[in-house]
Design a protein around this ligand. Structure first.
Ligand code: ADP
Length: 273
């Protein structure tokens, strides 16, 4: 069963003005439930615009989008319910923290879902523990916390809604390596729990190689490829030509191999060619 399916999905910003820009153009993809997908592509290729369609934040200019089998812009569909099912963590989500306390910030989503107080409390505690926040943080202002902790509060706020589809736009941007590993590890754990589907937009080839199993490569408003990691990496030269910052892929894989991660055979061949 596909959790995301798009048909001719197209979005144009500022139609009819000199700033008109088609950010995603005729996208036809199908993502199966339970996948962990990395979304890569150069800046401006349409990644953010695309993922914002997956939780109904943006309404397509044309085309259709099905989440969990439902045409989300079809008649009678409650788009708010779609947003609970498909949780979106924005870039630098800590800028969207606004409640007086950490607890209230994490509780914001579950409250909107109209859950009862006991269930809200359970979810806040569960999500906070999941991202490694302690009870003594609950009554603090989010603004008293460190950068990494604020980021974790923001992610916990989305996890507290228990979305079966979790979408994250550069969740590790600006964090140090330790903070990055920690957050990506938690995201992987969320994916492994109950086969939740995760989409991770990332600039880091190393992170997607290490954590995700499939890659969606965007290029100039189109999907260049959607396939398993090793199949995508077989096209590494083409990806490089798109202007993507592809660091020394073979080096990364060798490092990952030393760390015990499986390395696709074709990667070395491609690098040597
Ligand atoms: P990415 O996430 O891959 O960097 P975006 O989806 O942000 O790509 O942007 C795709 C294209 O749409 C870019 O050319 C960008 O300039 C344009 N764009 C993004 N947001 C807006 C907006 N609010 N108004 C006009 N153009 C936009």
């Amino acid at each position: 069963m596909s959790i995301i399916k798009t048909e001719h999905l197209t979005y144009t910003y500022s139609i009819g003005t000199p700033f008109e820009k088609t950010a995603i153009d005729d996208i036809n993809i199908e993502i199966e439930e339970g996948e962990f997908v990395g979304v890569i592509g150069h800046t401006g290729s349409g990644k953010s615009t695309l993922i914002q369609h997956f939780n109904g934040l943006v309404k397509p200019t044309s085309g259709k989008i099905y989440i969990d089998g439902e045409d989300i812009w079809g008649d009678g569909v409650d788009i708010r319910a779609v947003r609970f099912k498909a949780g979106l963590v924005f870039q630098y989500p800590e800028y969207q923290l606004f409640e007086e306390t950490v607890y209230k910030d994490i509780a914001f989503g579950p409250k909107n879902m109209k859950l009862d107080e006991t269930e809200i409390d359970k979810r806040v505690r569960e999500a906070a523990a999941f991202v490694g926040l302690k009870e003594h943080h609950f009554e603090k202002s989010p603004f008293e916390l460190s950068g990494g902790q604020k980021r974790r509060v923001a992610i916990a706020g989305v996890l507290a809604m228990r979305p079966k589809l979790l979408i994250l736009d550069e969740p590790t941007a600006g964090l140090d390596p330790k903070g990055r590993e920690r957050i990506l590890g938690q995201i992987r754990e969320y994916h492994e729990q109950e086969k939740n589907t995760v989409l991770l937009v990332s600039h880091s080839m190393e992170d997607v190689a290490k954590y995700t199993k499939k890659l969606l490569v965007m290029n100039q408003a189109k999907v260049f490829m959607y396939d398993e990691l090793e199949k995508v990496f077989a096209h590494v030269e083409e990806i490089r030509h798109m202007g993507l910052a592809v660091p020394q892929i073979s080096r990364i894989f060798m490092q990952l191999n030393r760390d015990g991660y499986p390395v696709p055979d074709n990667v070395y061949t491609v690098e040597r060619a």
